[in-house]
Design a protein around this ligand. Structure first.
Ligand code: CMX
Length: 132
C-alpha cells in the first residue's frame, strides 16, 4: 500500500524565517514555494533524497496549521506516505474502520491528490496519504 515517505510536514510561523536553516545551513535543495488555498497554507519544499521536508506556514487564523501552532508551537505537523491508488486505499481503510478526515481525495501541493487520516486513529500522528 504505502510506497515511501513522500514528505514530512513541519509547521512554522514564517517560511522566510525558517527557510535559511534548512536551505542554507543544512544545505537541502530548495524546490520552491506554493500556496495551497484550500488548506489555508503556504508551503516550501526541500529535497532530502527521495523524500522532502514541507515547511507549512498558515495563511489565515482559521488554518489548521494556525491552530496547531497556537496549541503546540512550531514542530512536526504530519507524515505523508505515497500511495499508488488513493481512492482504493481510502476505501480499504474506511472498510477497516479507520477514521478519515477526508473521505474523498482533495488537491495538495504540486497538483497531487491527498487525504488525511485522523490523528486519533493513528496514535496521535496526523497522517497524509498522497498520490503523485
Ligand atoms: N498532529 C497530531 N495531533 C493533532 C494535529 C497534528 N498535526 N492537529 C490536531 N491534532 C489533535 C489535537 O491535539 C486534538 O487532540 P485532543 O483532542 O487530544 O486535544 C485533536 O487532534 C483535534 O484537534 P482540534 O484542535 O480539536 O481540532 P482541529 O479543528 O484543529 O482539527 C484536524 C484537527 C487534525 C482534524 C485538522 O487540523 C485537519 O483537518 N488537519 C488536516 C489538514 C491539514 O492539516 N492541512 C494542512 C496541511 C496542508 C498540506 O500538507 O498540503
Amino acid at each position: 500500500m504505502t510506497k515511501k515517505i513522500n514528505h514530512i510536514g513541519i509547521a512554522v510561523k514564517s517560511l522566510e524565517s525558517a527557510l535559511p536553516l534548512y536551505r542554507d545551513v543544512m544545505g537541502m535543495a530548495f524546490e520552491g514555494t506554493e500556496e495551497v488555498a484550500e488548506q489555508k497554507v503556504r508551503v516550501a519544499f526541500l529535497a532530502v533524497g527521495e523524500s522532502r521536508i514541507e515547511l507549512l506556514e498558515p495563511t489565515s487564523e482559521d488554518s489548521p496549521v494556525a491552530k496547531f501552532l497556537e496549541k503546540n508551537g512550531e514542530g512536526v505537523h504530519h507524515l505523508a506516505y505515497q500511495v499508488d491508488n488513493l481512492d482504493a486505499v481510502l476505501a480499504d481503510l474506511a472498510a477497516q474502520g479507520v477514521r478519515l478526515i477526508d473521505e474523498k481525495p482533495r488537491r495538495g501541493a504540486h497538483g497531487t491528490r491527498i487525504a488525511f487520516l485522523h490523528p486519533k486513529a493513528t496514535g496521535g500522528v496526523l497522517t497524509e496519504l498522497c498520490e503523485v
